[in-house]
Design a binder for this molecule. Sequence first.
Ligand SMILES: Cc1cc2nc3c(=O)[nH]c(=O)nc-3n(C[C@H](O)[C@H](O)[C@H](O)COP(=O)(O)O)c2cc1C
Ligand code: SF4
Length: 362
Amino acid sequence: MSILFTPVKIGSMTVPNRFVRSATHEYMADDEGNVSTRQVELFRRLAEGEVGLIITGHAFVQTSGKASPRQTAVYDDRFVEGLARIPEAVHAFPSRIFLQIAHAGRQTKEKLCGCIPVSPSAVYDPVSKVMPRELAGEEIQALVVDFIAAAGRARQAGFDGVQLHAAHGYLISSFLSPHTNRRTDEWGGPVENRARVLLEVLRGVKDSCGRGFPTIVKLNSTDFLPGGLTVDDAVEIARMLEAAGIDGIEVSGGMAEAGRGSVWPGLRGEADEGYFVENAARIKRAVGVPVFGLGGIRSLAVAEKIVEEGRADLVSLSRPFIRDPFLVKHFREGLAAGSECISCNKCFNPRGIGCAELKKKR
Ligand SMILES: Cc1cc2nc3c(=O)[nH]c(=O)nc-3n(C[C@H](O)[C@H](O)[C@H](O)COP(=O)(O)O)c2cc1C
Ligand code: SF4
C-alpha cells in the first residue's frame, strides 16, 4: 500500500491518510461572515472524497482583519453556531477538519475592514495600494487575545484543531518579515522578536484550549523580497514553534508585493511540482513535528516520492480539490494518477470558488 494512504499523527490526533486540503478561501460566507449551506456542502464533499485533513479558508479574528467579501468570520461568539455545521458535516466521514484563523493586516481595503488597515510598521503596500497604520503595543496584545479567542470558538464549534495563518504577507506573516516589520520594540528586530506574536498566540491557544488541541501553522518560508523573510529565518522560527508546542508545520511562501505569491500559475510536468517542498524538507530536517509539503503538487507519483523520501510527512493541495473534491478517492481506487488542474487560477471567484476550466469543458 502506498505510504500516502497510511495514517499519521498530528499531536494527539490521527489523520487517516497523508492528503491535506490546504486552506482555500471559499468566498461563500454571507456578508456578515456566517457560514453558508453551500460551504457546508463543499466540506462534506471533500470529506466524502477522503481528504485526510481538511483546512478551511482563512477566517478573520478581528473585523480589521477581514480580507475580502464573503469571508468566514470567527471574531465573535455569535458565529460559533454556524461554524459548527462544518465539522458536523465532515465528521460523518473519517476526515479531520481544522479552521484556519487569520488577520489580513495591510492586505485589505478600508472599505472591507472598516478602518485604515493595520501592520507592524507603516510600510506601503503597492498591491493593495494601502499605507497601513502601525499597531500600538496594546493593540498587538489585543490581537493575540483575539486569535486565542478565535481558536477557542473553533474548538467550541467542534473543529479538530486550528491552523494559524502565518504566511503570504497577512498580519502574522508581516510580523515575521523584516521587510514589513521595522519595529524597534519587543515585537520587531531579531527573529525571536518578529516571531513573538505567533509564539504568544500559540502558547495562549495551548493554555486555553488544552495541550491536546491540535494547533498547526502555515508558515512563510520566504517572502521572495530583498530584505524579507529568508529560509534560514523560517527554520529558526520552526524550531521556536516546536519548543512552544506546535503540532505541525505547513510550509508555504510568497508575498503579493514580491510579484511572486503562493499560488503559482501555469505549472506543467512533474519536475515543476512541489515548489515549496525543498523549503519544507529543510524545515523537516530541523524539527520533529509533522511537516506538510505544498505548492503545485499534481501527480500521485510526485506526492508519494515526497513522503517516501522523507521531505514531508503530508502533502497539501488546494486547486486540485477545487477541480475534483474526490481526487483522493480516485487516487486510492486507481482511477486517477494525477489532477487535471492546469493551474490557470481561474478558480478565484468572488461569488464562490469553482473550476472554470471544468465548466468550459461541460
Ligand atoms: C482560490 C484560492 C484560495 C486560497 N485561499 C487561501 C487561504 O484562505 N489561506 C491560505 O493559507 N492559502 C490560501 N490559498 C493558497 C493555497 O492554500 C495553496 O497554498 C496554494 O494554492 C498552492 O497549492 P496548489 O498548487 O495545490 O493550489 C488559496 C488558493 C486558492 C487557489
Ligand atoms: S480553474 Fe480549475 S484548472 Fe484552473 S486552477 Fe482552478 S481548479 Fe485548476
